[in-house]
Design a protein around this ligand. Structure first.
Ligand code: SF4
Length: 317
């Protein structure tokens, strides 16, 4: 049983690497196979990638972005022993290996940068790219990969036009972890057609993956996306959870999630372009406090019910 007051496993670079590492968002100029025609052109129905670019990345080279990012965090008094270049926008392994080497190399050459965090799709990695990332780790750099999983259900992945299935995620996560690279996953709670029971059961499918990090966030229906049109046409397909119900559902989910999968985020901030905002402008820290309090009220913790489920009997992933 875990010790109070920690009832879930929060992720921090400090606990993983023993030093304070600040992540700097870097736009590497990559594209997305679900937008450029490689897999599709429409993109995932929930996606408005422009929402994920901080102002300091716009119109700058990679070294300029790194320098601006460091200045941004220093100006806010955030101390760090080193920096990680976080390639977040679009799919950051969706390019030939030579291009990856060049762009990652630019970031790694910047003073203070200790490594990379690479956000990508599971269908955008292969053995050569992963071997290259593993070789960077062998040179002493920190390298982590975060995959957009979004859902473990193929029916949901088809509905949101994701362009890959969950088997693809399983394969990519395994191939990455096999090379000793820490793997994270991103999951969206509340995608259309998913019931609370389905969402809670996702933890059981994720437990079977060699993940060391999970970032979870509530569905945000952004203005101008295909999902906004679906939301207006079929509101009954969306859970539309308020913060209180979301925290309850998250507690159910975490009870079933392996304790060693660290939680990097439990919600996203709500931008003004959010089309249906029952949340208002809640801060992440406030939600974390609510989650801790809810777990305590219930006398439960992450992983309490993670063992002993027979996936093949109970669920069809
Ligand atoms: S969410 Fe990611 S994979 Fe989907 S369209 Fe947007 S950038 Fe591409």
């Amino acid at each position: 049983m875990r010790q109070e007051p920690l009832r879930y496993t929060p992720f921090s670079y400090r606990s993983r690497y023993g030093i304070r590492l600040q992540r700097l968002t870097v736009d590497g100029g990559f594209s997305c196979p679900n937008r450029d025609g490689t897999v599709g052109t429409g993109g995932c129905t929930f996606c408005d990638n422009a929402a994920f670019h901080p102002a300091y990345t716009r119109g700058k080279s990679i070294p300029e972005q790194v320098a601006a990012g460091i200045a941004f965090h220093k100006a806010r008094g955030r101390k760090a022993d080193g920096y990680l270049a976080y390639f977040q926008a679009y799919s950051n392994t969706h390019a030939p290996l030579d291009m990856l080497r060049a762009r990652y190399g630019e970031a790694l050459a910047c003073p203070g940068v200790r490594g990379l965090v690479i956000g990508t799709r599971p269908d955008c990695v292969d053995g050569d790219k992963l071997d290259y990332l593993a070789s960077l780790r062998a040179e002493g750099y920190i390298v982590e990969v975060e995959f957009g999983i979004e859902s473990v259900y193929d029916q949901t992945l088809r509905r949101v036009n994701r362009g890959h299935d969950f088997a693809c995620t399983r394969k990519a996560v395994a191939a990455t972890a096999e090379r000793g690279i820490p793997v994270g996953g991103h999951l969206i709670v509340g995608l259309p057609g998913e019931s609370p029971e389905m969402i809670v059961a996702e933890a059981l499918a994720l437990n079977e993956l060699p993940l060391s990090l999970l970032k979870v966030h509530q569905l945000q229906v952004l203005k101008g996306t295909a999902m906004e049109a679906e939301f207006h046409a079929h509101p009954e397909a969306f859970l539309r959870l308020g913060p209180d119900a979301y925290i309850d559902l998250l507690a159910d989910f975490l009870e079933r999630l392996r304790e060693d999968i660290a939680i990097g985020r439990i919600a996203s901030s709500v931008p003004p372009a959010f089309t249906d905002a029952p949340w208002g402008l809640l801060k992440h820290e406030a939600l974390v406090r609510s989650l801790e309090a809810r777990l305590e009220e219930r006398g439960t913790w992450q992983g309490r019910l993670a063992m002993g489920h027979n996936l093949s009997q109970d669920h069809d992933f």
